[in-house]
Design a binder for this molecule. Structure first.
Ligand code: ATP
Ligand code: MG
Length: 234
């Protein structure tokens, strides 16, 4: 079986004052379908840079990225858009919801580009919102929802296209402990029951313990990569 994600010697540099500032310094990584991975590491170590490359939002300076066996470098813009739309769901620290748009419409958004009928869009968005426990908040605007509820809308949006991979960059960074636990329980359910592959960046040890594998990035390199043998507190 080919791995879902295979990175070979990935480098990423940004030009700075006539020099190249190297952010990722040769990342090798293999992630199989169904894994639940936490990525940790100090601020500025390159976690978000790596996530953006994994999510096909950015491209490496050198190295090879095989997603589902396909070399991402060889895909054109249309093919990449199809992958981002059908294979990948994103959840961000700041929720990234459209502010004057209801929970329902936010969740429907990824399907607008997929040529799905209005009725089917509504049906799927309703199912996704129900599955994150927001059946009674579907027509609330983001500012009428708590932080945890807004993040659940973002998760519903990430899963509505049944994307097999979910990338989450500090999804609990703006949430208190109680809401963080709710969100992590939701990710655990998505991984365990729906077999979604989850790759999540976090600064917090407690949050990383929900994952089955913990990767630490230090200064653009993988510093450790170990199975998680501890259980999350809740
Ligand atoms: N577009 C860019 N141009 C130049 N440098 C950049 C750019 N994007 C990121 N960097 C630099 O790359 C480094 C890594 O950034 P990155 O966002 O990946 O860190 P991070 O590990 O996610 O940190 P944090 O935990 O604070 O979110 C930082 O030093 C940052 O300044
Ligand atoms: Mg970051």
């Amino acid at each position: 079986m080919k791995p879902l994600i295979l990175l070979k010697n990935i480098h990423k540099s940004y030009p700075l004052d006539g020099f190249d500032l190297e952010i990722l310094k040769g990342i090798d990584l293999k992630i199989e379908a169904g894994e639940f991975v936490a990525v940790m590491g100090p601020s500025g170590s390159g976690k978000s840079t790596l996530m953006n490359i994994l999510g096909c939002l950015d491209t490496p300076t050198s190295g090879e990225y095989l997603l589902d066996g396909k070399n991402v470098e060889n895909l054109n813009a249309d093919q990449l858009a199809v992958i981002r739309n059908n294979k990948i769901g994103f959840v961000f620290q700041g929720f990234n919801l459209l502010s004057r748009t209801s929970a329902m419409e936010n969740v429907e958004l990824p399907m607008v580009y997929s040529g799905i009928s209005d009725a089917e869009r509504r049906r799927r968005a309703t199912a996704a919102l129900n599955s994150v426990g927001l059946g009674d908040r579907m027509f609330h605007l983001p500012n009428q929802l708590s932080g945890g509820q807004q993040q659940r809308v973002a998760i519903a949006r990430a899963i509505v296209n049944e994307a097999p991979i979910i990338f989450a960059d500090e999804p609990t960074g703006n949430l208190d402990t109680k809401m963080s636990v709710e969100i992590m329980q939701l990710f655990t359910k998505l991984n365990r029951d729906l077999k979604r592959t989850i790759i999540l960046v976090t600064h917090e040890e407690d949050i990383a313990l929900y994952a089955k594998r913990i990767i630490k990035i230090v200064d653009g390199e993988i510093h450790s990569d170990t199975p998680n043998t501890k259980k999350a507190k809740k």
